[in-house]
Write a protein of this length. Structure first.
Length: 264
């Protein structure tokens, strides 16, 4: 197995995590996928490309190589539902966001296979993430973790209607200093032609909730970006430069806010 992630270590107190843009699937898994799952429709398409300016800003950047269908890096290893009472997908997803089966003949991975995927894919990413945050904190006194995601603007299974463009989450202010969260929200709300919300439908997944511990000087923010802002929302999901360039400018301002922020 090749490395399950790629890491650029930067010089600033900011780490951008991109856990869902990977598209690699081992052959023994891809051979078992249904026709609905093989195109990997629930990928956070092009998010690593959207943030390719971050390294030049001095940020560290951690990007997953493997598809969320192999294992979802933003779910806890015990597969606890992060949104009790609401529909969601699991640590090793068995259905797509549209509700289609991922595995042929509904033969889902057994516990032994799940544990193997945790060891082979989940643990290496989280080990790298924890080590990089610790390095940043040791060097700068604090670290800001930006967990970068995207999702289709409409997913009826999970929410009604159309999502806002910028869906920021800080686990209801538990994962991030409120003044930083409000400063980032202000930048998002100032983006002409875009809509923004803080702790709406998406409050932050496992990465935000697990690593964002302000008392330990780590502040985590998740951005779930509506895919309508930068790409075509149907197969083959092409990146649209004109749209993407507009939203990238606002993403850069939000990251600049994280870079210039200092803890009280």
């Amino acid at each position: 197995m090749s490395s399950s992630y790629r890491l650029h270590s930067g010089t600033a107190p900011l780490l951008v995590s991109v856990p869902h843009s990977g598209t690699a699937v081992p052959k023994d898994i891809s051979n078992r996928l249904t026709d609905a799952a093989k195109p990997l429709p629930d990928t956070d398409w092009h998010v690593d490309r959207l943030y390719d300016f971050a390294a030049d800003m001095g940020a560290s950047v951690l990007v997953a190589e493997y598809s969320r269908y192999v294992i979802d890096l933003n779910r806890p290893p015990d597969d606890e539902n992060l949104y009790p009472g609401k529909a969601t997908t699991g640590l090793v997803p068995v259905d797509t966001f549209s509700g289609d089966a991922i595995y042929q003949d509904d033969i889902d991975p057994d516990m032994a296979e799940v544990m193997g995927r945790i060891d082979g894919y989940w643990m290496p990413y989280h080990t790298a993430l924890a080590k990089e945050l610790d390095r940043i904190k040791q060097e700068h006194g604090h670290a800001v973790l930006w967990d970068a995601h995207s999702i289709a603007s409409r997913v009826p299974r999970f929410f009604e209607g159309q999502l806002p463009d910028f869906n920021l989450g800080t686990n209801m202010d538990k994962s991030c200093a409120p003044d930083l969260a409000q400063a980032v929200l202000a930048q998002a709300q100032a983006a002409t032609g875009f809509t923004a919300v803080l702790n709406g439908r998406f409050k932050g997944g496992y990465i935000t909730r697990n690593y964002g511990i302000p008392r330990d000087h780590v502040h985590a923010i998740q951005l779930e970006l509506s895919q309508i802002t930068y790409m075509q929302e149907s197969a083959p999901w092409p990146y649209l430069d004109d749209r993407a360039n507009k939203v990238r400018a606002h993403l850069q301002r939000m990251l600049e806010t994280c870079l210039t922020w200092k803890p009280a």
